[in-house]
Design a protein. Structure first.
Lengths: 362, 136
């Protein structure tokens, strides 16, 4: 029988931009078990609802994560709107979805860059991040901020974006898409990339269901789950929406799903920019939240389903606010993906769930 | 335009949690999360959320229960392994006790300077001072 060894992985590791720890149980070079541990940078942001009222708290939710910043303000605002029965103007609904999809594009480009960096393809890493700058430049030009831009608020959208500006965004994305095709080809066809990903970290559809996996991690195992299918907000105005899936369940499939999702997001932005209605963008909330009022909602973040829950206490402050991020949900699936892999493949497998620890450590 | 998700909140007795989890599992509901909230008397409220991924009528279902200070709750990780994150979190931050978690960190999931910081009965500043202002 092989000797068992426990190798600590993280919280500081070259492939981990943020701290997460794994105790890897090894038999020779084979990982037989992995035990994750988080909490190294836990910030307790949910507790801040006691100090900030429901309108101020949007700025806290934006700071949960730098990559999904807009998504968190969108999800939180939607939850409070449900709690207070506020009807958001249609134009604001469209703008929210357009900005959320732009965030998904830059998040996936960021991930592709990190992935290329993890297997030592530096040139590819730089090209991915260069393209990501296009989206950040769009944010900066329209809102003044590149990462946290406070565009979404309870009741609507804070900044008017003209139809000309939207047309400009579409033109830039079309240009980006041309260059993106070349980068996608490197990921999907280059043998040095495929060698590191094909058949690695396999998760079956059955296991993906059992581990309640979410986002591209689940879709790459054949689960057609996507919160955008719920057709809440302007997602319901799309002519059609079919989640990008793959049946292969390995690291390559997760990469392929994310690559195609960038194209899908560009198509969504194009469609909604072309049919966005004119009108108001804000329906300002008034008054307090009823005591005991409850609301919950979900949103498809770049990494998968995020969950928001709020409870009122009869004042402008919330009794309880809850954010459940996709990475927390995918930890169980990560453990399953690591079981049975080679030790050298661990960094690539961890990266393919696209872990966001600052979200998890909200 | 549909602007909110369909949601439903159901109260239940904490001893029924296993039968609720089994029913959710049998009906192919997806597990979403567990949220703990502490009360001043030391009791805790747990909200278990499941999602019905029906294409035509998707809905979020929240099962709420109050857990008394000294009581423990059975883990649902036999049906939903992903719940270990939330059960360990509810234990480490709020002091809720769970029986039979598949990966039980026994209070070491979150690396925190004080025990149960989200529980209103614990004065975090006093507790931190008692420990000489030092991390564990």
């Amino acid at each position: 029988m092989s000797k068992r060894t426990i190798i600590p992985f993280g919280p500081q590791h070259p492939v981990l931009p943020e701290p997460v720890h794994l105790d890897l149980v090894l038999e020779d070079e084979l990982v037989v078990d992995a035990i994750p541990r988080i909490g190294f940078v836990h910030r307790g942001l949910e507790k801040l609802v006691e100090k900030r009222d429901y309108t101020q708290f949007v700025y806290i939710t934006e700071r949960i994560c730098g990559i999904c910043s807009f998504g968190h303000s969108y999800g939180y605002s939607e939850c409070i709107e449900q709690l207070m029965q506020i009807e958001v103007p249609p134009r604001a609904q469209y703008l929210r979805v357009i900005f959320h999809e732009l965030s998904r594009i830059h998040s996936h480009l960021l991930w592709l860059g990190l992935m290329a960096d993890a297997f030592g393809y530096e040139a590819l890493f730089m090209h991915c991040w260069r393209l990501r700058e296009t989206v950040l430049d769009i944010f900066e030009r329209i809102t003044g901020g590149r990462v946290i831009f406070s565009a979404c608020n309870v009741g609507g959208f804070k900044r008017e974006v003209s139809n000309n500006q939207l047309a400009g965004i579409v033109t830039e994305l079309e240009k980006l898409q041309q260059e993106y095709k070349t980068i996608s080809k490197a990921f999907l066809e280059d043998s040095s990339v495929k060698n590191r990903m094909v058949g690695i970290g396999y998760i079956s559809k059955k296991d993906a269901t059992m581990h309640s996996m979410v986002g591209p991690f689940a879709r790459a195992s054949g689960l057609a789950i996507d919160e955008r299918l719920d057709k809440v907000g302007a997602y319901g105005e799309l002519s059609s929406f079919v989640p990008v899936t793959s049946e292969d369940g390995d690291c390559y499939a997760r990469c392929a799903v994310r690559i195609e999702e960038v194209n899908q997001s560009i198509a969504i932005i194009k469609e909604l920019s072309g049919k966005i209605p004119d009108g108001e963008i804000m329906n300002k909330p008034k008054g307090k939240i009823d005591k005991g009022a409850l609301a919950m909602t979900t949103l498809e973040q770049p990494r998968g389903q995020a969950f928001y829950y709020a409870k009122g206490n009869g004042t402008k402050f919330l009794e309880r606010m809850r954010v459940r991020t996709p990475t927390s949900q995918n930890l169980s699936g990560l453990v399953a993906a690591l079981q049975g892999c080679e030790f050298a493949d661990v960094p690539v497998i961890i990266l393919t769930i696209d872990p966001c620890i600052s979200c998890t450590e909200r | 335009m549909k602007i909110y998700h369909k949601v439903e909140f159901i109260d239940f007795n904490s001893e029924e949690i296993l039968s609720i989890a089994k029913k959710a599992c049998d009906n192919n509901l997806s597990f979403v999360q567990i949220c703990a909230s502490a009360f001043d008397n030391g009791d805790c409220e747990l909200l278990y959320t499941f999602k019905e991924n029906n294409q035509y009528n998707p809905a979020l279902i929240g099962y709420k229960t109050i857990v008394e200070k000294q009581k423990s709750v059975h883990s649902i990780t036999d049906y939903f392994p992903a719940a270990f994150v939330f059960e360990n979190e509810a234990h480490d931050l709020f002091g809720v006790k769970f029986e039979g978690i598949n990966i039980d960190f026994k209070g070491n999931f979150y690396k925190l300077p004080v025990a149960y910081p989200m529980n209103p009965n614990i004065n975090v500043a006093e507790k931190f001072a008692e420990q000489g202002g030092q991390d564990e």
